[in-house]
Structures are given as C-alpha cells and as structure tokens.
Write a protein that binds this ligand. Structure first.
Ligand code: TYC
Length: 125
C-alpha cells in the first residue's frame, strides 16, 4: 500500500512521495494530501525474577547462581544473597517474559541437580 508523506518539489512541480500506509492514506495520496502514520509499538512486559530463601541451600551456591545465571559481579551477588537470606525473597533481575522464564528454569535445574531446595519464581512487574 502507498501513502503520501510529503512532496518532492522541483521548481514548479510537486510530486507526492510514496510509502507504506493505510487505505485512508492511499486515498489521501491519490488526492495529493500529505499524511504521516504513527505506528503504535508496544513495549514488552517485564518480569522480576525472584530468589526465595530457605534454610538449607548454601550461601555459596546462591552466590554462584547470581554470578553464573544473572551475571552479577561477586560483590553484588553477595549483597543480593544476603538480602534474600534476611528478607525471605529478593530480585535477581528484571527481564522480558521468555528471558525470565529461561532464567527460572536454569536456576531450578541447577538447584535440583545439586539437591538444594532453592526456589526461583517470576512475577509481572
Ligand atoms: N538461608 C540460606 C542459608 O542460611 C542461604 C540462602 C540465601 C538460601 C538465599 C536461599 O535464596 C536463598 N544457608
């Protein structure tokens, strides 16, 4: 489909410029009216990935998870682990749905493989 987004002017002639657009704009194009489409773009929803505290998972394992899965620097990983330990839960990161889902799966797989009860969940921000 074509739409008019302006005019090319050369001395005394004006030509409509062609671009993608709606039927209305096609008609406007044919009528020689300048229009411009504003395409609506939706930002993807974000999801918080949370680690939950428990009494048995070693602190070192949680720090390792935060570094390996969530790419945290060691000092940040220690801080987050201690926040989870103290408050019961804490944010490991914020991601689009599919990335968050992958991180949760990675954490749960590693926890199970290492026989730790560590839980990881995601929630819409
Ligand atoms: N509470 C655990 C301990 O004292 C440490 C821990 C921290 C476990 C964070 C889980 O998500 C967690 N060993």
């Amino acid at each position: 489909m074509t739409k008019n987004i302006g005019f090319v002017t050369s001395s005394n002639i004006s030509l409509p410029l062609k671009a993608q657009g709606s039927d209305d704009e096609q008609n406007e194009f044919e009528a020689g009216i300048a229009t411009k489409t504003k395409f609506k773009t939706k930002r993807p929803s974000l999801f918080r990935v949370l680690l939950l505290n428990d009494d048995y998972t070693p602190m070192e394992f949680v720090i390792h998870i935060l570094q390996d899965v969530f790419k945290k620097q060691s000092e940040d990983a220690v801080k987050i682990m201690l926040l989870v330990h103290t408050n019961g839960k804490g944010e490991a990161g914020v991601f689009p749905y599919e990335v968050a889902e992958t991180k949760v799966t990675q954490v749960m797989d590693l926890a199970i493989k290492n026989s730790h009860p560590l839980k990881c969940v995601m929630e819409k921000q």
